[in-house]
Design a protein around this ligand. Sequence first.
Ligand SMILES: O=C(O)C1=C[C@@H](OP(=O)(O)O)[C@@H](O)[C@H](O)C1
Ligand SMILES: C=C(OP(=O)(O)O)C(=O)O
Length: 411
Amino acid sequence: MIDLQHITLHKPVSAIQASILLPASKSESNRALIIDALSGYKCTLHNLSEARDTQTMQRLLHSAEQTLDVIDAGTTMRFLTAYIAATNQDKILTGTARMCERPISILVDALQKLGAEITYLKNEGFPPIHIKGIRPSGVHQIEIRGDVSSQYISALLMIAPVLPQGLTLILTGNIGSRPYIEMTIKQMANFGIDVSWEGNTILVKKQTYQPATFWVESDWSGASYWYSIAALAPQADIELKGLKKDSLQGDSAISGIMKNLGVHTTNVEGGVRLTKTPSQKRVAVDFTHCPDLAQTVAVLCAANHIHLTLTGIESLKIKETDRVKALQQELSKFGATLQEVKPETYELTRTADWQQPEYPIEIDTYDDHRMAMAFAPLALLYPIIIQHPKVVVKSYPRFWDDLKKAGFSIQ
Ligand SMILES: O=C(O)C1=C[C@@H](OP(=O)(O)O)[C@@H](O)[C@H](O)C1
Ligand SMILES: C=C(OP(=O)(O)O)C(=O)O
């Protein structure tokens, strides 16, 4: 089904009562795989994600080819860049056309200071890149911007213990996606690595990864689409399995955000249960530390005529697509506007007199899994067509099957 050019989604005929086993987190999985590689593949990893980003990481770590294609996986590109340099390999890293528009110079500059030889094969600052290895420069302290992508910082932290003198990172500017840096540090701790983070300084001494066991939790970003479904369905009782209360993932913030948007979360044995609660009509959300939730929340608010103020969405412009533009374009099909009202503050509003067209609205997905999944819950209000549904394989390959389980019809 997901190989189709497009699918038409229709709402379930009865109340939604579903128990969903979410995919495992690709973020946790990709960190665990890099750490396992750095400890000589002696770790035991359970529940690795079926997401293409993780499958790609696994395949490329073991590939003998010189050119490694990460497809559209940001963490795979950034984490492998650091890993290949630190392990003194000669490889070319490339990806999709969009991946070759996603900046990497902040990470490459840092690695070059450490002594890595890396050249750009096409455009300065962007993949494809040729990593030729490393001749340690003696530098062990680096300043790095924290406001573009936390993935550069995570990539450097994971290789830090195996560098000859460890590494001190001085973060400059605002720090975005902070929970992803914390996730990296906590996963490193699971494998015996001590990291200290005080103020804007993160210090990692030279250490040895200790082989250990790691269990990957279900994906909270993937859970967000089910929260949206619970909010939009007239009646819903949804169990999401494999999620933990004390998660390593910052996107567990979705439970707090959705408390104001119509969904109550209860912790149950082995996961969480979502039920309905009254929604507010006006909310403000800062997505600085949970950028992957922005599309879910924006689409839900547009659907439910909730006035949403969004901040912290600058990084959305350099993800799988320019997500701000993509949202503006697709939300306009529902009479909603997403406008920058002052620097870095956006307002989402919807015209009250919008008329639903007689034909199903078509959603373009811009090669972005989160565009497909964030708009899918709208089928609870109107039949919709999703273009290129296969795009979900990046993080949640069974997404459409799970929707069917919950009673949606997909043609
Ligand atoms: O480290 C990670 O696993 C991720 C970090 C975030 O990226 P940025 O740090 O670029 O915001 C997030 O958007 C991405 O989906 C996964
Ligand atoms: C931004 C994302 O992933 P990445 O940056 O790893 O490609 C995402 O999954 O939403």
